[in-house]
Design a protein around this ligand. Structure first.
Ligand code: ASP
Length: 418
């Protein structure tokens, strides 16, 4: 999915989104002031802007279930051809689960400590909130709901936008395809095509993103005034700091503990790949550079690198898991909702799954972000705000995604004894 580039239009989609967000802020400030003098004119404009935002979010809702299903099922099904080398698979799975879980948990810890958005005392997005009590669950309710949610009739799950059940079905489908081996070749092809089709529709919807974001931001700013912008800057700084912490402390420590490789040597060897990840915001586009750097500069076995890096680019995304968990908590803070511990555990689990479901493409995490919000009953209209500020945040999390994959290759090489 190439959300960020639109070849047919001269101004790139990123620039258009930036302009949309800027205009939204300006209109919001103007309407906020007009509301005091000419309330009926302001409310007329605000309902127009609100409608623009609603159409954009509703279109994303339409595509959410098929995108998540095809992305996860195709991502796993494509592993059919990955070389299966003894201890490599279990090592990679254990490594990925550990680091992704650590990333999401670190993100939540930072949000709980710094609490950006708390106290804004707002009823932001309230009108779009689904009537879910998930955020105030007890542990018992949590386990019951989780099991009920996962094992639901697929059609009912689609109808209720029950994303956990959709993920479960996608995982089972992907695993069954892998186990069927050669016999599932045509299904894999069809699934990949279906995923491409869904991404094409997402690209069409994203053409409306600048107008949708302008509408959503105008309404938010008119209600919240510029105070919201200060809260957003604080949130951006917390996300950047936490992403940096995971990339500069947690992952290098894991590298050193498991392989004894010096983090400095690793950084020097991989710097070209990290710069590419930063510039492209795409793990997939960075893959050829990562493969070259890790084999030529760090001496990682070619078989190991060719096995771990493509799997990692599709499924192992620490930066994305961390970001999605943090963003969900931020939206909860903006809505004045305190997420209980079980609800936060749901956020971590869904963020981990969402990161598996996100393709390694620019801003792909924003599509799967919807399922994280949905899983704890947070308003999907918050997505407009998150997409508006995603560009700078996507660069950092993509670097961490790529770093996580490369350290994974070093760890697997060590465990597989090559
Ligand atoms: N841009 C990220 C990547 O390619 C995915 C995302 O989180 O949006 O790894």
């Amino acid at each position: 999915m190439q959300i960020s580039h639109n070849k047919g239009v001269k101004i790139s989609l990123n620039t258009q989104i930036f302009l949309g967000a800027f205009l939204g802020v300006v209109f919001g400030i103007i309407l906020g002031h007009t509301g005091l003098l000419l309330p009926s004119t302001a409310s007329w404009f605000l309902s127009g802007f609100g409608l623009l935002g609603k159409i954009f979010i509703d279109l994303l809702k339409v595509i959410m279930v098929p995108v998540v299903f095809t992305s996860i099922a195709a991502g796993i099904a494509n592993l059919r051809n990955a070389p299966q080398s003894g201890r490599a698979w279990p090592a990679l799975i254990l490594y990925s689960l550990t680091t992704t879980c650590l990333a999401a948990a670190t993100g939540l810890t930072a949000m709980n400590l710094i609490k950006p958005g708390v106290g804004l005392n707002t009823h932001l997005f309230q009108e779009n909130m689904p009537p879910s009590g998930l955020h105030s669950l007890t542990v018992g309710d949590f386990i019951r709901k989780l099991i009920e949610g996962i094992f639901t009739h697929p059609l009912a799950a689609v109808g209720q936008n029950n994303i956990l059940a959709v993920i479960m079905l996608a995982l089972l489908t992907g695993i069954a395809i892998v186990l069927l081996g050669e016999r599932s070749r045509t299904t894999v092809k069809a699934l990949n095509k279906l995923f491409e089709i869904m991404m094409t529709i997402v690209r069409w919807i994203m053409v409306l993103a600048p107008a949708g974001i302008m509408g959503l931001l105008a309404v938010l700013i008119a209600r919240q005034k510029v105070q919201l912008l200060f809260v957003l800057s604080k949130y951006i700084l917390v996300v950047m700091g936490t992403t940096f912490f995971h990339g500069a402390v947690t992952l290098p420590v894991i590298l050193w503990l498991t392989t004894r490789m010096s983090p400095h040597r690793f950084l020097m060897g991989m710097k070209e790949a990290f710069i590419t990840a930063f510039a492209t915001s795409s793990s997939t586009a960075t893959l050829p550079v990562s493969l070259r750097c890790i084999t030529d500069n760090l001496g990682i076995d070619r078989h190991v690198a060719r096995f771990v890096l493509p799997v990692g680019a599709a499924l192992n995304m620490d930066g994305t898991a961390m970001y999605e968990a943090m963003a969900a908590l931020f939206v909860a803070n903006l809505c004045g909702i305190h997420l209980s511990l079980p609800a936060q555990i749901i956020v971590v689990l869904t963020a981990m799954t969402a990161s598996i479901g996100a393709p390694g493409l620019p801003s792909a995490g924003m599509v799967t972000m919807m399922m994280v919000l949905q899983s704890v009953g947070l308003p999907l209209s918050a997505l407009g705000l998150l997409i508006a500020i995603d560009r700078p945040l996507d660069t950092g999390r993509t670097v961490v995604n790529v770093e996580g994959d490369c350290i994974g290759a070093c760890v697997v090489q060590r465990v597989a004894g090559r």
